[in-house]
Design a protein around this ligand. Sequence first.
Ligand code: SF4
Length: 347
Amino acid sequence: MAASSGTAIHNTVEDLCNLDISDRDEGEMGWLHSTAREALERNWKAERQEFLGTPRHPRWKSEMFSKAHDGLIGALGFLFEKAGLSKRELSEVSIQSWRQVQDIVLETEATLESDCGRMMGRLDLLLLDPSSSEGGVGWIVADLKTGRPPRSGLDEKVRRQLLFYRDLAKQRSPEQNSITAEGWYSSNETIYVAHGPSILEEAIDAWESMKVTEEPFQATPSESACSFCDWKAWCPDWWISRSEGLLDGSRMFRDEVTELVRLDHDSGAALFERTTPTDQEGSLEGSDYRFGAILKGKALEQIKQFEQDESGGYLFLGSVRVDGTIVHMGDWSEILPWAPLLKSTSY
Ligand code: SF4
């Protein structure tokens, strides 16, 4: 949902940067507020459609639209600042002022490819930087961030991402003296500049180490790595580590691999039996640990579907919420057949 909302904001900024206002009167005011809102509504609708069309999705939160609108206003504020305009309400932006913004925009959603053709980056905005101090007009590679802002400095992964865009832009335009990479965080209206030497060599090394192999990479389960790993439902090592007590299995939100014992279709009450791994290949057997669960919304629909398909087998339960001795599952959870991937399917 957060990603969809972010994409709607990104696409709206892009639409406004590329808006054709060539035949409009330069003194016209009071147009940007409604144009921005209409563009956001259009992109929001498109994202919603895509979101609901994906097989693994939670509930679409329509109430997040106003937050997205605030994010959009924050993002446009950065553009005013870079164009040398004072902070202002959208209703006070004239066509002339918006032209001033458009004049500093070199590219939106630009794809940059490394000389070797192995890596690419898709940057949000490439702007002229009239305030650059390094002789001549500089460039700014700007990445719009609609998520949570950093507490102090940029997160290391984000810093590397920004430097990567900067380095690709430099490789493409070596004559450009000054290129700055910036993360624009709309939620706290703060710009964070990424500093550091080139990281292209390291990026190429990383690319080399990601080549597809027949066997999966050596798993390195840890609390921080596994907690939010999207691969978990297909990784047998995680469940082995959990069962052996190497990973914490007592959080309020947790994942389980289970067998469904029974389900009451009307109330959504279910009984599950936790499984125990029997080998390194993802094989399981039952255990004497059972727990009750209340399923609602999407989780209830999914489990009914499994029953209807009569596929049987073990189930991966993602993001169950534990409240005392009862587990709750809803739109935030997911249920998948337990089917670890042990070999590459495309080697
Ligand atoms: S769940 Fe598996 S793939 Fe994901 S971080 Fe843990 S060990 Fe690695």
